[in-house]
Design a binder for this molecule. Structure first.
Ligand SMILES: Nc1ncnc2c1ncn2[C@@H]1O[C@H](COP(=O)(O)OP(=O)(O)OP(=O)(O)O)[C@@H](O)[C@H]1O
Length: 307
């Protein structure tokens, strides 16, 4: 139906993308590529530039400099041609607000000459909202309807801006299943999210944006491995001077002891051993890699990027 064919080149190529709002640089020389069947997750603090990047990639915003190619095309110039193969979650669907969710899905499948797919509303937890006008759906429900439309057609590229924000854990997992189904069918997915577990679950590669730049890139495991692991607890009784020798750095905040360490297992062993021998209770003990919040907090303390 459309002239865009699969090419060996990446589905999405962003090179040195810079976007300014007046004098303010919201996206600063960002580069990444996404292959067919790959899921690329963009994470970042609020205002890091994720939405601006996505809006540029779907042709809603013109970049100040750099190049953006989606299926080899400039999305700003070829948005209409790309519309048949590129789907977007999180922007206006373009459907009439007074059509119900069920009517919207039927119109969509009819337009694409697909058989009716009534179970799709159920799969995105919208069966109970089937008769509700699209205009009366919440933001999260609209994103799920967008996802149902995307799953129905199996787009070549899907841009999903925070598809799971506001969903309960069970709905999030169902959404993950549908996104995985799409990548297995070859769809390239660019996802923005505020959740590291979501990126860990789904993404082949992750970029963490901070103040317009990609501050970290890799798999979630690679990124978290580049930060010290954390052990934290509320020792009871607590005498900071009685702690055993540890490899990691300790800090105390409001009775909670935190150890930042590159030797998680060894330091945890030392602490447990010490607690057993000294009859100290390690209340609310947590141990594991740095969380996204901790990574963001550390990024924020890094100096602003050099120009
Ligand atoms: N229309 C605009 N005019 C001026 N500044 C803008 C405009 N839109 C966004 N910005 C600024 O550009 C920066 C990047 O915004 P953007 O929405 O891309 O970030 P984000 O990473 O998607 O944030 P969030 O997670 O909060 O959605 C922010 O500092 C924001 O205030």
């Amino acid at each position: 139906m459309n002239a865009i064919t699969h090419e060996p080149r990446p589905a999405v190529e962003v090179r040195d993308l810079t976007s300014r709002y007046g004098a303010f640089t919201a996206v600063d020389r960002v580069s990444f590529t996404v292959g067919h069947g790959e899921l690329f997750a963009l994470l970042g603090t609020n205002g890091a530039g994720k939405t601006t990047t996505i809006e540029t990639a779907i042709g809603l915003r013109r970049n100040t400099s750099g190049t953006v190619r989606v299926l080899g095309r400039d999305p700003w110039k070829h948005r209409r041609e790309l519309a048949g193969t590129v789907a977007v979650i999180g922007q206006e669907t373009g459907f009439a607000d007074d059509l119900t969710a069920a009517e919207t899905l039927k119109l969509w499948t009819d337009l694409h000459r697909l058989p009716p797919q009534r179970d799709l509303l159920e799969r995105v937890d919208l069966a109970h909202r089937a008769a509700v006008g699209v205009g009366a759906l919440s933001g999260g429900e609209r994103r799920r309807l967008d996802l149902a439309l995307a799953v129905a057609t199996g787009p070549t590229v899907l841009f999903a801006d925070e598809p799971t924000t506001g969903l309960d854990p069970a709905s999030r997992r169902r959404t993950w299943g549908l996104l995985r189904e799409l990548t297995e069918r070859g769809t390239a997915v660019v996802l923005t999210t505020h959740y590291l577990d979501e990126a860990a679950e789904l993404a082949d590669h992750v970029a963490i944006m901070d103040r317009g730049r990609i501050a970290r890139f890799g798999t979630v495991a690679e990124i978290t491995a580049s930060y010290e692991a954390r052990i934290s607890m509320r020792p009871n009784p607590f005498d900071p001077l009685a702690l055993p020798a540890l490899t990691g750095r300790t800090s105390v905040d409001d009775g909670r002891l935190t150890v930042r360490t590159t030797e998680l297992q060894a330091d945890l062993h030392r602490l447990l051993d010490w607690a057993a021998h000294t009859n100290v209770e390690l209340a609310d003990l947590k141990a594991g890699p740095a969380t996204l919040d901790e990574i963001f907090a550390e990024l924020e303390t890094e100096p602003a990027h050099a120009a």
